[in-house]
Ligand binder design. Structure first.
Ligand code: GDP
Ligand code: MG
Length: 443
């Protein structure tokens, strides 16, 4: 896999000032292969890798990631960006029924998708009407009727039934029907051919002109791979469309078609269809598709984790700097932490919501605000030297501190013990062991 190959390429590289040209080239080569394997069209691959190289050149080497991880992160971000960032929503008509027209090759999945979309819309509280405008294929009207029944959505079809009638007239009549019967979304299923075909294009263009859809969706089978580009361009030229629906993502296609179509047409992928069931349908998620195209889920997870751990290290360093000691967690920091915890308010409730924190819940339920006042008093009775280096706090110092703060020597002992515990936890966190618990929380 790409992960393995990249790991080999970058065994010994970490912590250079900037990504080297050789690093970038080596990674770009692997990314290029991965994209081609995912069926992204060659011109799109070229353009994309060039953009990646450009961006990688300007990038500082991150402290958290090795160069390969860093470039993969860039690639992933760019993929998500190109695939559309945030998903675009359907545009509904301001008045009258919203008209959605489907176009695409025969077998792309239009008729199936029409019903899936109808069901999805129904679940959003819409009342859709399916319209059979594929009057070419012998069984097409019937197929839509069967699908419509499965999702409980009515189908508007010519009286004559299969294989006859004028699709443009049917499309027009369906809008009147929808207006009359108060359907708010009309989904127009159209005919396709196995190949791109002038007559079919013209028919689709005529339907479009007749009903002026709010959305024309180009439906494309993810399995057709490289051919997606020529097909998409032909439909863009012949009919025009506003958005793309990718079907058959339940197959083993890696989804490069999404990137190709998006890049060459500039139109967003809006929905994804992945299966024979009517519920196998969702709005398109660019981040999931990027992961699928790169086929590097594991590495992306690793990258995320590496960055999280790195953030923890940074946070710890910042806390150390705050203490003015440039390196050690002191009683002063401990005090600041306690005060922050108090600011959070009802701790037991907050902690109860965090995963893995249940074990601290009881301790927190008994959390005593006065305890923090006591701790504050004790720490404030220490000399700065003692706060920085609690190890020097011997018996006679403990006695002095307890007197000064109006507490018992045992209170001072408890505090010093807790401080050492908290410090241990901080170190554990810094080593990337995750967050074992809120340090310094009195139990
Ligand atoms: P149309 O010619 O564009 O209307 O395509 P159809 O809706 O008739 O679909 C063609 C074939 O693909 C049918 O056998 C469908 O069951 C199948 N199909 C459609 N969408 C999907 C999908 O998302 N996944 C799978 N596995 N099959 C699909
Ligand atoms: Mg069909």
């Amino acid at each position: 896999t790409l992960s393995d190959r990249l790991a080999d390429t970058f065994k010994n590289l970490r912590g250079k000032g900037r990504l080297s040209e050789a690093d970038i080239d080596a990674t770009a080569r692997e990314i290029r292969i991965a994209l081609l394997e995912a069926d992204v069209a060659l011109p799109v691959v070229k353009e994309f890798t060039a953009a990646i190289k450009e961006r990688a050149r300007g990038e500082e080497v991150s402290g958290a990631l090795n160069p390969a991880q860093q470039i993969v992160k860039i690639v992933n971000e760019e993929l998500v960006e190109i695939l559309g960032g945030e998903t675009r929503r359907l545009r509904y008509a301001k008045t009258g029924p919203t008209v959605i027209m489907l176009a695409g090759l025969q077998g792309a999945g239009k008729t199936t998708l029409a019903a899936k979309l109808a069901l999805w819309l129904k679940e959003q509280g819409k009342s859709p009407l399916l319209v059979a405008c594929d009057l070419q294929r012998p069984n097409a009207v019937n197929q839509l009727q069967v699908n419509g029944e499965r999702v409980g959505v009515p189908v508007f079809a010519p009286e004559a039934g299969n294989g006859s009638g004028d699709p443009v007239a049917v499309a027009k009549a369906s809008i009147e029907e929808a207006t009359r019967k108060l359907y708010d979304v009309v989904i127009v299923d159209t005919a396709g051919r196995l190949g791109i075909d002038a007559e079919m294009m013209q028919q689709a263009a005529d339907i479009r002109a007749a009903v002026n859809p709010d959305e024309v969706l180009f439906v494309v089978d993810a399995m057709i791979g490289q051919d997606a580009v020529t097909t998409a361009l032909a439909f863009q030229e012949g009919v025009g469309f506003d958005g793309v629906v990718l079907t058959k993502l339940d197959g083993d296609a890696r989804g490069g078609a999404a990137l190709s179509v998006r890049s060459v047409t500039g139109k967003p992928v809006m929905f994804a269809s992945a299966g024979e069931k009517m519920t196998d349908f969702d709005v398109f998620h660019p981040d999931r598709m990027a992961g699928r195209i790169l086929d590097m889920g594991d590495m992306l997870t690793l990258i995320e984790q590496a960055e999280k751990v790195f953030d923890q290290e940074q946070a710890l360093k910042a806390a150390e700097k705050l203490s003015g000691q440039g390196g050690d967690f002191t009683l002063e920091d401990f005090l600041v932490q306690m005060q922050q915890i108090r600011k959070l308010g009802s701790m037991s409730k907050i902690m109860g919501m965090l995963p893995g924190m249940g074990q601290f819940k009881d301790a927190l339920a008994n959390f005593d605000e006065r305890e923090i006042d006591r701790i504050q008093a004790i720490i404030q009775s220490m000399t700065p030297a003692e706060r920085d280096n609690p190890k020097m706090i011997d018996g006679s110092r403990r006695l002095r501190i307890s007197k000064g703060s109006g507490t018992q020597v045992s209170d001072v002992n408890t505090l010093v013990d807790r401080f050492h515990e908290a410090k241990k936890m901080m170190l554990q966190m810094a080593r990337g062991g995750g967050m074992p618990g809120m340090p310094g929380v009195p139990g």
